[in-house]
Write a protein that binds this ligand. Structure first.
Ligand code: BES
Ligand code: MN
Ligand code: ZN
Length: 504
């Protein structure tokens, strides 16, 4: 797909389809945007006349094609609903763009133009629209339709001399949207692979390939190296499987601005890479167990972010750490009640072998210390409890640092990949008390997402800003649309874009 930005006069728009947004009016009557009005003028009021018939409400996500309007060269006009102006949000905008792209892709149009209202912050809108459009086109819903005619998509913004615009910022936003979409695609593709293909070694090879393509440093620790490093919690999870574990280290060096040491410290991204989670000896029930192939979506999203950041050549240093293994109930598997010594030296009584994500992540968190990261963000399909609490809309967010939490929440809202903060209060820590070790690996069902985050917090140095994203509800869709979403690649990319933009 080729994306571009156009600013021709409405009557000169040459494309197979021009899509214009329509707001749902507060009093029933739908409202054309400025772009729509300009087009309507060229069509001598034909669009308004059609809207006057009341067939199209402007509801967010709704679409209506019009054909061969007088005075307009383009043979298809697509009206796409933006929802009520009073309810305008990035969520409604993103939904509208996705619906429009889906409708266009179902036609034989090869070149399309989508009008963007220049009302406010056009670059941000362009970034969001490009990402949403590219993601929609590459997404599952359309994957079966291999022959999508659509090849070129342009965003049309109105320049009538009065409207101010920054062409450089707009082109940059377009490029950013494309890079984020590429990262999303990497994450989704890896996430969707079955566990017999996407093994820990496969993930490691995928990381190596990514590193080669984008000139990143890559180090893969095999089982022997993992043992030598002392990552016993990772080994405890891996031992029930025939598949050997891997520990992936990827480094992106992006020439941070300023010569200070603090500017060069990498931001560490950790991703849970359980290629299949059977639960181990604490075996999961059979229903929907196939979905546990998605238990490496944290790892996949971290790889997706590395890809996007490398494409964008952001001026910052980034480190990806991915513990990868399979949680199986083999004859050598860890048993409930086993006690292990983690890399940190703290001991853990493993009460439930299905609470394995926190085990592989705790060693990764300890390992991260040797890189002296400026901050750590881990991403994990960690708890069913998080999916219960927040559903499939927001990621669960936990942090030991308010500024980091706020920046992540803001980024998620900007790019429509939302996170919601849950507490990390010490009151929850006592659920992890053990009679036989420093802690147990599960605090029980109640507050499960929080006690899991509390477990992780014990492996983070208090001075390092740390955030944990529990993506158990958001990493994949279930039911008919089953498949990886690629989330939270967009949130993390937006956060890093914001970070790279911050004045020193
Ligand atoms: N990978 C699962 C979490 C999960 C479950 C994600 C369902 C998405 C849907 C994780 O390893 C797990 O099994 N967690 C347990 C923890 C419990 C044993 C304390 C859970 O959530 O049930
Ligand atoms: Mn599990
Ligand atoms: Zn798991």
């Amino acid at each position: 797909m080729e994306f571009s930005i156009k600013s021709s006069a409405p009557e000169n728009l040459s494309a197979d389809c021009v899509a214009i947004g329509v707001f749902a009016g507060e009093k029933k009557q739908p409202l054309l945007t400025d772009m729509g009005k300009a087009l309507d003028q060229a069509a001598n009021g034909a669009i308004q006349a059609i809207l006057g018939k009341g067939d199209f409400s402007g509801k967010s996500g709704s679409c209506q094609f019009l054909y061969k309007l007088p005075g307009i060269a383009c043979e298809r006009i697509l009206l796409f609903g933006l929802g009520k102006t009073s309810e305008a949000s990035n969520a409604a905008f993103s939904r509208a763009i996705r619906a429009a792209v889906k409708a266009i892709a179902a036609t034989s149009a090869a070149e399309a133009v989508i009008a963007l209202n220049a009302a406010s912050d056009l670059p941000a809108k362009i970034r969001l629209a490009t990402m949403a459009a590219a993601d929609e086109l590459a997404g599952k819903t359309l994957q079966k339709e291999k022959n999508i005619a659509l090849k070129k998509l342009a965003f049309w913004r109105f320049v009538d001399g009065r409207a101010k615009h920054d062409a450089g910022a707009e082109e940059k936003a377009l490029y950013e949207g494309e890079a984020i979409a590429a990262g999303l695609k990497t994450a989704r593709t890896l996430g969707d692979l079955p566990a017999n293909q996407c093994t820990p070694s496969y993930l490691a090879k995928a990381a190596e390939k990514l590193a080669k393509r984008h000139k990143l440093n890559c180090e893969i620790l095999d089982e022997k190296a993992i043992r030598a490093a002392g990552m016993n919690a990772l080994l405890a999870v891996a031992r029930g499987s025939r598949q050997p574990p891997r520990f992936i280290v990827l480094e992106y060096k992006g020439k941070p601005r300023g010569g200070k040491k603090s500017a060069a410290q990498p931001l560490a991204l950790l991703g849970k890479g359980i290629t299949f989670d059977s639960g181990g000896i604490s075996l999961k029930p059979p229903a929907n167990m196939d979905e546990m192939k998605f238990d490496m979506c944290g790892a996949a999203s971290v790889l997706g972010v590395m890809e996007a950041v490398a494409r964008l050549q952001l001026p910052l240093n980034l480190l990806a750490l991915i513990p990868a293994c399979e949680n199986m109930p083999g004859g050598d598997a860890t048993r409930p009640g086993d006690v292990i010594a983690t890399l940190s030296g703290q001991t853990v009584e493993i009460l439930n072998t299905d609470a394995e994500g926190r085990l592989i992540l705790c060693d990764a968190l300890t390992y991260a210390r040797r890189f002296e990261p400026s901050a750590i963000i881990d991403v994990a399909t960690l708890t069913g409890a998080c999916a219960m609490a927040l559903g499939r809309i927001a990621h669960g967010l936990f942090a030991n640092d308010d500024a980091l939490a706020a920046a992540l929440i803001k980024a998620g809202e900007t790019i429509e990949d939302k996170a919601w903060r849950l507490p990390l209060w010490d009151d929850y820590q006592e659920a992890l008390d053990s009679r036989f070790a420093d802690m147990v690996n599960t605090g029980g069902r109640e507050g499960g997402a929080i006690t899991a985050a509390c477990f992780l917090s014990r492996f983070v140095d208090k001075k390092t800003p740390w955030a944990h994203l529990d993506i158990a509800g958001t990493a994949w869709r279930t039911g008919k649309e089953k498949g990886a979403t690629g989330r939270p690649v967009a949130l993390l990319c937006q956060y890093l874009l914001d970070l790279a933009d911050k004045p020193l």
